[in-house]
Ligand binder design. Structure first.
Ligand code: AGP
Length: 608
């Protein structure tokens, strides 16, 4: 969603801001802008459209520092240049970029209008600029103080950065419910809403907490609260590199990330296998064995693809640890006043670690005393910092809006958790060894599937002519089917629905026809006969079938079989997901879609 970048130092801020903003493009946005400090005061340049449009329209001599920049994903007010950030007060002294939503915007607007303020946009952000300017006019002796005073009258979520004319040495930032981090450079400082913006500049970052502000100058930073109590913050190091965040020779980030899966899964497993005891080491869980043995249930909370990975996770936990486990959409959970049980282990899964519904579910759990772990990719993200412990995916930056490598890594992380919980209960060393061997085989087997990319692209070419596609699977195949359907809808805009194979004849079978293909997940397991009988029912209605299976299915059952290598039954779903990603990708390419930035979608959903 919206993105913030800021720079203080000796260099011209403009190229740094533009570079940072392009690194945030993946989050989704519809307008963008920058504001810089110059000798003539604060200069602002903004457009409705892409960063390329912003660059193309840069006024001659537009240079200066410090500077702040923003990509906006319209929520309040149209995606016009006027509504794009930065916003300035009436005198043009104060410029603000803001992520989040101000809840008492209408009340503030009325008050400011009564004081004679004229508005130049429909946004809630502009109100913050006016509030800060009013505080300065009323005698606030510093920008910090004015920002604190302004924020005392604001109700809502914000991550913001503020620049003031006449103060070329600083930017003031604040966070409440929307991520802000500081980047520590050599005689220069950065601010961003997402570490991706800082890649190539610094790896030393300071994460602000809710209710915290900071002043950044070229020489360093000071963090403090709304009441001006200083807070002590030390930088941590991010492990992402430039290569991980760049597209290289690939046509899209999505295909790059699909192909990164073998290495991503390897990194999720790295250093965690305990050969000696046929189990795993998960130091980050912060969960003593005695306590871990007490849990009688596991409840997984997540959204979108992370939720579907969580569904696979629940099955793994039930299978390996024999603990009843279930997955729920974090947004449903948080709004239904959930009963939080002391003997339930809660697990929040999120690639970004910033998804608002998942974060709110975590906070609700913590308020009610629940024990909550996180399975998160982005190190230092808000969810990662709010949970009691967890497992980092270490998959590297996922730039494309559609989740791929984070999904396979999340399932691998759940397998580690399941194995850990299983081995401290009744899972035998031999069974532990079987799963460990299976986990170790995953990267090589994903490679084997990726070698079939061309063939899968040919199958996708046929799917691209369809308007509706069914995805079916049974038991562990169900979440794979659901994830496959989500991926297809999301990036190709082809309507797709997923059903448990057994559910087909309870209704959807009525829609099967020669024009409605079915992608069927058909592992070679104890339910193979059942799956074959479902395929026969589809074929009897002349429905085309693409099977994802362990061996070639006869032509009377499937038009195409995409063969995936066999692993352990519990881990097969990880592999079966990969062809569904490739199918969705190639359908989207065939339909000429904006693969990495599908319409209406953002990478991390940080507002409701
Ligand atoms: C997946 O392709 C989606 N773009 C989306 O469903 C995503 O998984 C969801 O928004 C959750 O994101 P998170 O993992 O960052 O919490």
């Amino acid at each position: 969603m919206c993105g913030i970048v800021g720079y203080v130092g000796d260099q011209d801020a403009v190229p740094i801001l533009l570079q940072g903003l392009s690194r945030l493009e993946y989050r989704g946005y519809d307008s963008a802008g920058v504001a810089i400090h110059t000798e003539e005061g604060v200069r602002v340049h903004k457009v409705s459209g892409r960063i390329a449009d912003l660059v193309a329209g840069l006024p001659p001599g537009f240079a200066g520092a410090p500077g702040i920049g923003h990509t906006r994903w319209a929520t309040h007010g149209e995606p016009t240049a006027a509504n794009a950030h930065p916003h300035v007060d009436m005198s043009g002294q104060v410029a603000v970029v803001h992520n989040g939503v101000i809840e008492n915007a209408e009340e503030l607007r009325e008050k400011l209008a009564a004081d004679g303020v004229e508005f130049s946009s429909q946004t809630d952000t502009e109100l913050i600029a006016h509030l800060i300017a009013s505080a300065l006019e009323a005698g606030a002796e510093s920008l910090e103080r004015a920002v604190r005073q302004a924020l005392h009258s604001v109700v809502g979520a914000y991550g913001l950065a503020v620049l003031e004319a006449g103060h070329p040495d600083r930017i003031v930032v604040a966070r409440n419910g929307s991520p802000v981090l500081l980047g520590v450079g050599d005689r220069e400082m950065f601010v961003a809403s997402d570490a991706a913006a800082l890649i190539g500049y610094t790896r030393q970052v300071v994460y602000l907490d809710d209710g915290e502000l900071a002043t950044i100058t070229a020489g360093g930073y000071r963090t403090f609260t709304l009441e001006d109590r200083s807070t002590a913050k030390t930088p941590s190091t991010i492990d992402w590199d430039v290569v991980g965040a760049e597209i290289g020779d690939h046509a899209h980030f999505l295909i790059k990330e699909i192909h990164e899966q073998p290495r991503a899964v390897e990194r999720t497993l790295k250093g965690r296998i305990d050969e000696r005891f046929d189990t795993v080491r998960l130091g980050g869980l912060n969960l003593p064995v005695r306590e871990a043995r007490e849990f009688r249930r596991v409840k997984i909370l997540a959204c979108g693809s992370a939720r579907l990975a969580g569904e696979q996770g629940a099955l793994l936990i039930e299978d390996l640890a024999r603990i009843p486990a279930s997955t729920e959409s974090a947004s449903e959970f948080r709004y239904r006043n959930p009963v939080v049980e002391p003997d339930t282990l809660y697990v929040a899964a999120s690639q970004s670690g910033e998804t608002i519904d998942t974060l709110m579910a975590v906070q609700e759990l913590r308020r009610k005393g629940g024990r909550v772990l996180g399975i998160v990719n982005v190190v230092g993200s808000t969810i990662a910092r709010e949970v009691d412990g967890g497992i980092y995916l270490h998959s590297g930056p996922e730039i494309s809006v559609a989740a791929t490598k984070s999904v396979t890594s999340t399932v691998a992380a759940f397998a580690l958790l399941a194995l850990y919980l299983g081995r401290m209960r009744d899972l035998s060393p031999a069974e532990g060894r079987r799963i460990i061997d299976g986990l170790r085989a995953l990267p090589g087997q994903v490679e084997e599937i990726l070698e079939q990319t061309e063939e899968i692209a040919r199958v996708a070419a046929d799917l691209a002519h369809c308007t509706d596609v069914f995805y079916i699977g049974r038991r562990r195949g169900c979440p794979v089917a659901r994830e496959g359907a989500l991926k297809l809808k999301e990036i190709s805009y082809v309507h797709a629905e997923a059903y448990s194979s057994a559910e087909l004849k309870h209704g959807p079978l009525a829609l099967i026809s020669p024009d409605t293909p079915t992608v069927a997940i058909v592992p070679d397991d104890d339910l193979l006969a059942k799956n074959i009988s479902t395929l026969s029912e589809i074929r009897a209605r002349k429905g085309p079938v693409i099977a994802i299976a362990h061996r070639e299915l006869p032509a009377d059952l499937a038009d195409h079989t995409i063969i995936v290598p066999k692993n352990e039954p519990e881990l097969d779903p990880v592999l079966m997901c990969v062809p569904t990603q490739l199918l969705a990708y190639h359908v989207a390419v065939a339909l000429n879609r904006d693969v990495d930035k599908p319409r209406n979608l953002a990478k991390s959903v940080t507002v409701e």
